[in-house]
Write a protein that binds this ligand. Structure first.
Ligand code: ZN
Length: 413
């Protein structure tokens, strides 16, 4: 699948020192500094293309874009891979409801998603991979699990025995009862008769009437959701042989902590014996007007619609960064109004001939981002600088600050 066009990243002057990036790791429930490396491997779970980018997606992808930008600003290379779940029940259900071919629906939503990512200044992944195109390597991954770990059929559907991973459940910190209940809410089948453990993960689903299907050593059918990410991540990110982990960062929204990231990690462990990710990083959920934003409530706000209504995508990005990425938070018009006034104030300030010193505010932005992406603190500093600049002052370099906020925050004025 084609990724979206790359984005120009301005250089940062060499007199800025970037400390190690600290991030909250869901698996250890603590903020940990990433080790300084030349190459980082980051996998961020992508959309199921039955709807394009709503504000929750935008908040998640902007979060991992900030990580990508920070690590690149340190001089490191970031290998970034993202999937597209272009084979999944919700996609088939939506296609059936709307009487459209599932693959045409998927293509149209993927196109919208790419456009949204460009508008939001999200750096594209080097590999943007759909399930359909990854089918051979997904089938290989399932074969490897079958060789290394207990699997079994229920009817003609193949399952992975999650208890073979002694770490199962330790990344998400849920009781067995909580896991079962969340699993059922998020597309799992804990109550299916014949399963050895209610939480066992579906690897391969036998062909169902009216659905696409592929030939495999496990029969005609299609893969389960979790194995697609395991297979795509391990194949395209090729683990560093010297590392105890397959990749550095597994990312996504907090609704993926369980079952998706737990099960993907267990399957990956069954394949190569290593812990999947060094850090499991999760973005909080975005609500609207006091309610959770969800497709079932019909209160999703789509980025493409907002942009076509004339909203500046930079204001959307700024508004989503004005609260902390890890918190569940509400979207409201006030955030957008504040973002627009900050953009306006910055635009005026950065066009002045003389501006107050810029190095301290850039240092503050770097320090805030290094501390678990504290964007509210970074934006407060930026707002204060713009207010001061518009009152006068000299000794700074507007171009240096404009380049730094473009590189580190993805805000281009
Ligand atoms: Zn995934």
């Amino acid at each position: 699948m084609n990724s979206w066009p790359s984005i120009y990243l301005p250089p940062l002057e060499s007199n800025f020192k970037l400390p190690a990036l600290s991030l909250f790791n869901t698996a250890s429930s603590s903020i940990e500094a990433l080790p300084q490396k030349d190459i980082y491997r980051m996998y961020v779970c992508g959309i199921t293309p039955y709807d394009a980018t709503h504000l929750g997606h935008a908040a998640t992808y902007i979060t991992f874009d900030l990580i990508n930008r920070y690590l690149r600003a340190t001089g490191a290379q970031v290998l970034f891979v993202q999937n597209i779940t272009d084979i999944d029940d919700p996609l088939f259900e939506r296609a059936k409801r709307d009487s459209v071919d599932w693959s045409i629906l998927a293509r149209s939503q993927i196109d919208l998603f790419r456009g949204d990512m460009v508008n939001l200044h999200v750096i594209p992944p080097q590999n943007y991979i759909g399930v359909v195109e990854a089918m051979p390597l997904i089938i290989d991954a399932i074969s490897m699990i079958k060789e290394n770990a207990p699997t079994y059929f229920v009817g003609e559907d193949l399952y992975f025995d999650v208890r073979s991973d002694t770490e199962f459940g330790k990344r998400s910190h849920l009781s067995s009862q909580e896991m079962q209940s969340i699993f059922a809410q998020r597309g799992g089948d804990p109550e299916r008769i014949g399963k050895k453990n209610p939480l066992d993960a579906l690897l391969w689903l036998h062909h169902r009437e009216g659905e696409p299907h592929w030939s495999s050593p496990f029969g005609e059918g299609r893969p389960g959701w979790h194995i697609e990410c395991t297979a795509i991540a391990l194949h395209y990110l090729k683990a560093d042989p010297a590392s105890d982990y397959s990749i550095d960062i597994q990312g996504g929204g907090s609704d993926l902590i369980f079952p998706h990231h737990e099960m993907s990690a267990s399957q990956s462990h069954a394949i190569n014996g290593r812990e999947f990710a060094r850090s499991y990083v999760h973005a909080g959920m975005i609500g609207l007007d006091g309610e959770k934003m969800s497709k079932s409530k019909g209160n999703l706000l789509f980025v493409s619609k907002m942009v076509s209504d004339g909203i500046n995508p930079m204001a959307i990005r700024l508004a989503l960064m004005s609260q902390h990425y890890a918190s569940d938070r509400m979207w409201e018009q006030g955030l957008l109004n504040d973002a627009n006034s900050l953009l306006q104030s910055l635009t005026i300030a950065l066009s002045r001939e003389e501006v107050p010193p810029t190095k301290p505010v850039i240092d503050e932005i770097i320090s805030a981002l290094a501390n678990n992406l504290d964007t509210p603190r970074a934006l407060t500093a930026l707002k204060q600088w713009a207010t001061d600049a518009n009152k006068g002052g000299y000794g700074g370099e507007a171009g240096e600050l404009a380049r730094a906020i473009d590189l580190l925050l993805g805000i281009s004025i």
